[in-house]
Design a binder for this molecule. Structure first.
Ligand SMILES: Nc1ncnc2c1ncn2[C@@H]1O[C@H](COP(=O)(O)OP(=O)(O)O)[C@@H](O)[C@H]1O
Ligand SMILES: [Mg+2]
Length: 303
């Protein structure tokens, strides 16, 4: 498949790769591809933002180019850099051999042989399978100057290298930007994109995700896991468990041959769900028992 023809097709194609995609998310994915607009996905950690970019690339058989953001990320790590050690060696070699043509040497030193292409530049290059998926992951970790720079790169999909000239993408890449919202990303950048808030899934959808990712888990255990995690998310904890944590927890329970949840089992494995000691202390013990009762009650209601 080279492109999605409809919203249904987005949902089906992603489902085939194990990704459970709600209608709203599928719609914004479809529109962003159709209109050629970057897609901005914001939401809590572990809700499937990074995964959907990887899955889209797989479904459409496009290369995935990932720019992982971090504090202090700059153009030489995001766009291109010169291979300084190799340049030095080339200079030394030229000196030793007595080569006299300085102009030619300089041109060679700042040419393709010594250029290190970073993700943004790689994404502007032609690819035999079609335009790549460019995943700009966790943009909230960078700073505002980098955002401004990105805004410019995304507005014309071209990059200019003073020594070499301008490189323009033959076809704009499929851009997916994610943010865990540890800070607000600037309006100007968001306005360039189609925006979607990726929320925690409801119980039915999370069960579907668990079926897809941990199919070996028995139905009763899966339902208990989901009901417990869903109740846990209503609690006042510092870091709520994401879908990734639900999946991890189910795998832990399977590895321990657990058939049904008990307060002891929960206490022993809570580290798969909660990653802060304060949260663990708050939830362990009687609170876990109460949440388990609440989860069981919600299951009998549904049945
Ligand atoms: N809708 C979904 N369908 C299938 N798996 C999902 C879904 N959402 C999350 N996951 C699982 O959770 C894991 C974490 O998701 P990830 O994309 O890394 O979260 P985020 O980038 O939002 O922090 C993924 O590896 C995937 O296995
Ligand atoms: Mg992520």
């Amino acid at each position: 498949m080279t492109n999605f023809e409809s919203i249904d097709q987005v949902q089906n194609a992603l489902a085939q790769e194990g990704y459970v995609c709600g209608r709203a998310l599928a719609t914004v994915v479809f529109l962003s591809l159709r209109l050629g607009r970057p897609l901005f996905l914001e939401g809590e950690a572990g809700t499937g933002k990074t995964e959907i970019a990887k899955t889209i690339a797989r479904s459409l058989n496009r290369p995935l180019i990932r720019l992982q953001c971090y504090e202090g990320l700059d153009a030489s790590s995001a766009v291109y850099d010169w291979n300084f050690p190799a340049q030095m060696i080339a200079i030394r070699t030229a000196e030793a051999s007595g080569a006299a043509d300085r102009g030619a040497l300089q041109q060679e030193l700042f040419g393709p042989d010594f250029l290190i292409e970073r993700p943004l530049l790689q994404a502007m290059r032609p690819h035999p399978q079609g335009a790549p998926v460019l995943l700009i992951d966790e943009l909230d970790r960078t700073d505002e100057p980098f955002e401004a720079f990105l805004l410019e790169a995304l507005s014309d999909f071209q990059i200019s290298i003073p020594e070499m000239g301008t490189i323009k993408a033959p076809e704009p890449p499929i851009v997916i930007i994610t943010s865990n919202r540890t800070r607000e990303v600037h309006d100007a950048l968001k306005r360039r994109c189609l925006y979607h808030w990726v929320d925690y899934p409801d119980a039915a959808r999370e069960l579907e995700i668990l079926h897809s990712r941990v199919p070996e888990a028995a139905e009763t255990l899966s339902k208990e896991v989901i009901a417990f995690v869903q109740s846990l998310r209503t609690e006042d904890v510092f870091k709520k468990p994401g879908v990734a944590e639900t999946i991890d927890w189910a795998k832990c329970l399977l590895a321990l041959d657990v058939i049904s949840l008990t307060p002891d089992v929960i206490a022993d494995t809570i580290g798969a769900l909660l990653k802060y000691q304060d949260d663990i202390q708050r939830i362990a013990g009687s609170e876990a028992t109460r949440l388990l009762d609440q989860a069981r009650a919600s299951l009998t209601e549904d049945a």
